[in-house]
Design a protein around this ligand. Structure first.
Ligand SMILES: [Zn+2]
Length: 143
């Protein structure tokens, strides 16, 4: 899919912790091998037991809008042509306590509402500098 934000918009800096999340093309959540806790965003240390070995749990890619905001006065000002746009916080169906931020790509910003069902879609972007193919999750409202 085409990028929701402009092509010049900053890309995530890939590291060993977030590579799977930003390149797999599915919603994957970090799970601590020692205690089983799931967490997002991916980090080096488990929030529950301070474990440092993780596995990944694949998710359905569906969720519910837990919260949202509409950006009408952009910072930086160079996003002036992009506004208004919605930023949403999605509670995953598989792990409701996990929330992932993104944009609602298929609906006018003023139509976004808490409780709407969403499904992940992925922006495929070649990051020439980092030499990696990114698959950045965004969200489509499905009901
Ligand atoms: Zn743990």
């Amino acid at each position: 899919m085409q990028r929701y934000m402009p092509d010049w918009w900053v890309l995530p800096a890939i590291n060993d912790q977030n590579r799977e999340f930003f390149t797999s093309g599915e919603i994957k959540i970090q799970q601590c091998e020692a205690c089983g806790q799931v967490q997002h965003p991916p980090e080096e240390v488990c929030h529950q037991c301070q474990g440092i070995v993780f596995d990944w749990r694949s998710c359905s890619g569906e969720g519910t809008i837990f919260s949202h905001t509409v950006v009408e006065h952009p910072i930086p000002n160079s996003l002036q042509e992009r506004v208004p746009y919605a930023v949403i916080l999605v509670s995953l169906t598989d792990y409701p306590a996990i929330r992932i931020i993104g944009n609602a790509t298929n609906i006018d910003a003023d139509k976004v509402a808490v409780g709407q069902k969403v499904r992940a879609v992925f922006e495929v972007i070649e990051d020439e500098q980092a030499k990696v193919t990114l698959k950045i999750p965004q969200w489509e409202v499905i009901s």
